[in-house]
Design a protein around this ligand. Structure first.
Ligand code: DHB
Length: 308
C-alpha cells in the first residue's frame, strides 16, 4: 500500500515531497547529481518562468546568515520562448507531475506570458503563480491584484491545477482567502521573507541588490504557523478542497511532518537541498516510516495538530 499518495487540485502525487520553485532550476541541477532519480519526487516545480529572458540581479546574490541564507537572484531565467521550445520537452521525459512556476510584474505581462505558454499546455500538469518574489520590481503582488492573476490563470487554463505561491510579507490568511475566492485550486506557502545584511567593514549592504529573501531553518516556525493559521481559519483549507503545500526551512523529515501536522498536504524543499542533495529521498522515507509506525495514511494526519 502506498501511504504517501496525496492530491493537489486534480493531480495525484505518489508522495508529498516536491521541489520548491527556484531551487532546482529547470531540472539540470538535479540531473547532474549522481544517483539522483527525479522520478522519486512527488512533483517537480520549475524556477519562475517570465515573459522575457532575465539575467538576474547584480552580484553578490547570495549570502549565508545564521540559520539560513539570503538570496537576491532576480528571477534569472531564459524566458518563456526558450521554455516552450527547449525546456518543456526535457521536463516531459520525467514520469512525475510537472508544475510550471510563472512570474509577471503586471497582468499585461502575465497575459502575454500565458498566450505563449498555452501552446504547450498539454505538456505540464499545473501552474504555480509566483505572487511573492522579493527580488524583482513588481515581484510581490498585492492581494487584490493577486486574485486578478488567479482569475486570468483560470481563464486561460481552465481545469488545469492552479497554485498560488503566497508571500509571507503580508497577512497570509487574508491573502489566501482572496485567491481562494478567485478560484485557486491550492496554495503554497511560504516564499522567502524580505531581509538584508550590512557589511560593517565596507559599511554597505552585502547583496548587490541590497535586499533579499531569507530562507532556511530560521524561517520554519513562521512557515508552520502560517500553514496552521490558514488550515484552521479557512474552511476550504480545512476541508482540503484547497490543499496547502508547506514550504520554508525543511531540513529533514521531522520538519516536513510539522508542516503536514499543521495542515499541509504536500511539502516543498529548497534551501535544504543545497546542503543535502539526498534530502528529498530521506524526507520521503522518514515520513513513510512514521506513517507505518502510526499505521496511518498521509491524508489521515494532515492538519491533525489543529486545535481550533
Ligand atoms: C527569487 C524569487 C523568489 O520567489 C524568492 O522567494 C527568492 C528569490 C529570485 O529569483 O530572486
Amino acid at each position: 500500500m502506498n501511504r504517501l499518495k496525496t492530491k493537489i487540485g486534480n493531480i495525484t502525487l505518489n508522495n508529498p515531497v516536491m521541489t520548491a520553485s527556484g531551487t532546482s532550476g529547470h531540472s539540470n541541477e538535479l540531473s547532474a547529481i549522481d544517483k539522483f532519480d527525479i522520478n522519486s519526487l512527488g512533483a517537480f516545480v520549475t524556477k519562475s518562468v517570465t515573459l522575457n529572458a532575465r539575467k538576474g540581479n547584480k552580484q553578490p546574490r547570495i549570502v549565508e546568515v545564521p540559520g539560513g541564507i539570503l538570496n537576491s537572484i532576480g528571477l534569472q531565467n531564459k524566458g518563456v520562448y526558450y521554455f516552450i521550445e527547449i525546456t518543456i520537452s526535457k521536463l516531459q521525459e520525467f514520469n512525475i507531475p510537472i508544475i510550471v512556476n510563472v512570474s509577471a510584474p503586471s497582468k499585461y505581462y502575465l497575459i502575454e506570458l500565458y498566450r505563449i505558454l498555452k501552446k504547450v499546455e498539454d505538456k505540464f500538469d499545473a501552474i504555480e503563480v509566483n505572487l511573492s518574489c522579493p527580488n524583482a520590481k513588481g515581484g510581490i503582488i498585492a492581494p487584490l491584484a493577486a486574485s486578478t492573476y488567479i482569475r486570468i490563470t483560470k481563464d486561460f487554463f481552465g481545469d488545469k491545477t492552479t497554485i498560488a505561491k503566497l508571500s509571507p510579507n503580508t497577512n497570509t490568511v487574508m491573502y489566501a482567502e482572496d485567491v481562494i475566492g478567485a478560484g485557486v485550486d491550492a496554495i503554497s506557502m511560504i516564499n522567502t521573507i524580505k531581509g538584508m545584511v550590512i557589511d560593517i567593514d565596507t559599511q554597505k549592504p552585502l547583496l548587490g541588490n541590497v535586499r533579499g529573501g531569507l530562507s532556511g531553518p530560521c524561517i520554519k516556525p513562521i512557515g508552520v504557523q502560517k500553514v496552521y493559521e490558514c488550515f484552521n481559519k479557512i474552511p476550504e483549507c480545512k476541508s482540503k478542497k484547497v490543499p496547502i503545500i508547506g514550504i520554508g526551512g525543511i531540513m529533514n523529515y521531522k520538519d516536513a511532518l510539522e508542516y503536514i501536522l499543521a495542515g499541509a498536504s504536500a511539502v516543498g524543499i529548497g534551501t535544504g537541498f543545497f546542503t543535502n542533495p539526498f534530502i528529498f529521498e530521506e524526507v520521503k522515507e522518514g515520513i513513510n516510516k512514521y506513517l507505518l509506525e502510526k499505521d496511518k495514511k498521509l491524508e489521515e494526519i494532515v492538519g491533525i495538530s489543529s486545535k481550533e
